[in-house]
Design a protein around this ligand. Structure first.
Ligand code: ADP
Ligand code: 5GP
Length: 197
């Protein structure tokens, strides 16, 4: 693991996992949540349909488009993005209050623009980790292998992922997700080191 540029001073803090779709954010974040009771997952809001096995309020808050845009107008979001055409994702400010209210550190699974916005807002109270797939080809294979997307949705994700792969240097540290067992161990090490656990 690369040495982290800093450790958390003001607790509780924020750990942001960011990467192109298919790089392994969900897999890694779910593992960490099972391992560290000190972490609380920031449940994002989206207007995309739920995948089989996804639960409202656990994986996402699934909103209708109208409801999502009304919340935008009300200023309810800390950050939000139209990640794909007509597909919105955002972090409700109430999530940060909810999780810090439980005295937990917050863990985010978020695309690169949202991660940049959070990092700008929270500075050294947050650590932004870019998850890097071994190659673009492997990333696209994983995305296909997940079997959650239609051909059209897969295409949108691949086009966006090509751009997102260039963001690697913009975050605090990089975690390569090649061998999953090693990546999970390194992710745990990052959490222990940043949060002094
Ligand atoms: P993201 O949340 O970044 O979109 P996922 O966690 O859903 O990515 O991972 C995409 C797919 O790749 C999933 O099917 C997952 O099981 C698989 N995957 C994740 N990490 C690895 C790895 N290191 N090796 C092989 N497959 C992986
Ligand atoms: P998916 O549809 O695969 O769950 O997510 C698509 C992309 O949106 C992923 O890169 C995911 O990390 C990102 N995403 C999820 N929640 C948020 C959020 O609250 N804000 C932003 N900006 N991106 C998010």
């Amino acid at each position: 693991m690369q040495k982290l540029p800093f450790e958390l001073k003001e607790k509780p803090g924020i750990v942001i996992f960011t990467a192109p779709s298919g790089a392994g954010k969900t897999t890694i974040v779910r593992h960490l949540l099972g391992k560290f009771p000190e972490l609380g997952f920031s449940v994002s809001a989206t207007n995309r349909p739920a995948r089989p096995h996804e639960l409202n309020g656990k994986d996402y808050y699934f909103f209708r488009t109208r409801e999502f845009l009304r919340k935008v107008k009300e200023g309810a979001f800390l950050e939000w993005e139209e990640v794909y055409d007509d597909q919105f994702y955002g972090t409700l400010s109430s999530e940060v209050d909810r999780i810090w209210g439980l005295d937990q550190h917050i863990i985010f699974d978020i695309e690169v623009n949202g991660a940049t916005n959070l990092k700008e807002k929270y500075g050294d109270r947050s650590l932004a980790v870019f998850i890097k797939p071994p190659s673009a080809e492997v990333l696209f294979e994983r995305l296909r292998g997940r079997k959650t997307e239609t051909e059209a949705s897969l295409k949108k994700r691949i086009i966006r992922a090509e751009r997102e792969l260039t963001f690697e240097d913009k975050f605090d540290t990089v975690l390569v997700n090649d061998d999953l067992t090693i990546a999970l161990e390194e992710a745990e090490e990052i959490i222990r080191s940043f949060l002094s656990l």
